[in-house]
Design a protein around this ligand. Structure first.
Ligand code: DX5
Ligand code: ZN
Length: 215
């Protein structure tokens, strides 16, 4: 069954406790938490204190997506704040292997996110070491953008490679996921869907989570 990871970037932060209660009751598998630094991406979101609070409101795994430069400086802090998965950007990490080792040594699952222009083939020499690939289907930095269609062939190629190598690596697809494209994204090989706007702008977010899960 497809893993669903709602991106809280699109929720109403004034209602954070109710949002967590709703997600806990829903079929959502993970919480996707987008951290932006205004340097790696042209936007600033939220950081450690907010994640610390969210951690106290759920037992579901927190999938923390770091859109920041020098993520290694903060990996231990995100572990303390409650991250279960720590995802760093390929484009932000000249010493990616070291970053991955650090995340694993801290006891978290390690993920690598790639921007729309980054070929999946560049992951070939790190794929065996990572738990999650976050394949960006929009340019990171903002919620509510349109899914980039070329992402589908990237998902297919990556899934083929992961299956060839018989790896347990999870492919999560992040950005522009909606009820119209979720099916084809899963058919292309995604294991996990991240969705913000589609879930939190809906009149019935739990129903949308259910629909995404069964797409
Ligand atoms: C984009 C973030 C995404 C985003 C997804 O920089 O990484 O997780 O919040 O939001 P939607 O589903 O609205 O594209
Ligand atoms: Zn994200």
């Amino acid at each position: 069954m497809t893993i669903i990871s709602p991106s809280l970037l699109a929720c109403n932060f004034l209602d954070l406790r109710e949002v967590c209660n709703m997600l806990n009751e829903s079929e959502a598998d993970w919480y996707h938490l987008d951290v932006m630094d205004g340097r790696f991406v042209p936007n600033i979101s939220f950081g450690l204190p907010v994640i610390e609070k969210i951690r106290t409101a759920t037992d579901k795994p927190c999938d923390v997506h770091l859109m920041i430069v020098e993520p290694g400086k903060y990996a231990a802090d995100f572990k303390s704040a409650g991250a279960d998965h720590l995802i760093v950007h390929y484009e932000a990490c000249p010493h990616l292997h070291r970053n991955i080792q650090q995340i694993k040594d801290l006891g978290m699952k390690a993920g690598v996110a790639i921007n729309p222009h980054t070929p999946v083939q560049l992951l070939d020499d790190i794929l065996q070491s990572i738990d999650i690939v976050c394949l960006m289907s929009v340019n990171p930095g903002f919620g509510g953008q349109e899914f980039i269609p070329h992402s589908l062939s990237k998902i297919q190629a990556l899934r083929k490679r992961i299956d060839q190598l018989n790896l347990p690596t999870i492919i999560e697809v992040d950005g522009g996921i909606n009820l119209d494209n979720a099916g084809v994204v899963v058919q292309s090989g995604a294991h996990a869907l991240i969705a913000g706007t589609t879930i939190f702008n809906a009149a019935d977010p739990k129903k949308v989570i259910h629909q995404l899960k069964h797409s």
